[in-house]
Design a protein around this ligand. Structure first.
Ligand SMILES: C[S@@+](CC[C@H](N)C(=O)[O-])C[C@H]1O[C@@H](n2cnc3c(N)ncnc32)[C@H](O)[C@@H]1O
Length: 199
């Protein structure tokens, strides 16, 4: 689901970039990647995360995908000169990723999965396109943060079948994505890294 005006303001904001800088440092400290990895960022928004991924992980290829064409257009102008040549941009849906099974070393998802009505299918697509032992870097929010009495009047999200911490952890397990490193505020959200089973 695309963002409404209020959430666009929240994510297209310098404070959001500052938050993502700190989160990426933490994620990298938990699990780093060898330079030259093949990486996807799903729900990339205006590309602030892509710049940070590029700088911190030095991928050989960085694919960024968003449902919203306007976000991809913003990303095109927002990407740093250094990252522009290595980045492939896609308008697409997380529930049907345009990548081959087992083709990616890592996937980043900053606050996108709770926007996806069929989020379980989104997770199973992430698991499908990751290589065995590939990493899913996660930042996600829970409904008591984005659907409480105040935020549900301001923000726009799918209303049904939203995931709590328990739902999310169970679905990760069912998708063979094992949560390895995690910082979680159980009512609010999660920052973590999950590894796909290596078979
Ligand atoms: C809260 S924003 C986060 C943007 C960016 N990752 C950030 O952290 O600033 C969620 C993003 O996910 C995108 N999105 C929502 N549903 C999606 C879907 N089904 N497939 C791909 N992207 C989606 C939205 O268009 C939006 O850009």
């Amino acid at each position: 689901m695309k963002l409404n005006w209020a959430e666009r303001w929240v994510v297209n904001n310098p404070l959001r970039v500052f938050q993502q800088k700190i989160e990426i440092k933490w994620l990298k400290g938990m699990r780093s990647l060898k330079p030259g990895a093949n990486i996807l960022e799903v729900g990339c928004g205006r590309g602030a995360g892509a710049n940070l991924i590029f700088k911190n992980f030095q991928p050989s290829q960085l694919h960024i995908l968003d449902l919203d064409l306007k976000m991809i257009q913003k990303a095109r102008t927002h990407l740093s000169a250094a990252s522009k040549d290595a980045v492939n941009m896609y308008v697409g849906d997380a529930i049907d990723l345009p990548f081959k099974t087992g083709s990616l070393d890592a996937i980043f998802g900053f606050g996108f999965l709770h926007h996806v009505p069929d989020w379980r299918q989104g997770l199973s697509e992430i698991a499908r396109v990751l290589k065995p032992a590939g990493l899913y870097y996660i930042e996600e929010l829970y409904p008591s943060l984005y659907q409480n009495v105040i935020t549900k009047r301001i923000l726009l999200h799918p209303e049904h079948d939203r995931f709590t911490s328990d739902d999310f952890r169970m679905a990760l397990d069912e998708a063979h994505l094992r949560l390895a490193d995690v910082f979680e505020l159980r009512k609010m959200g999660i920052l973590g890294v999950a590894a796909k089973d290596s078979l």
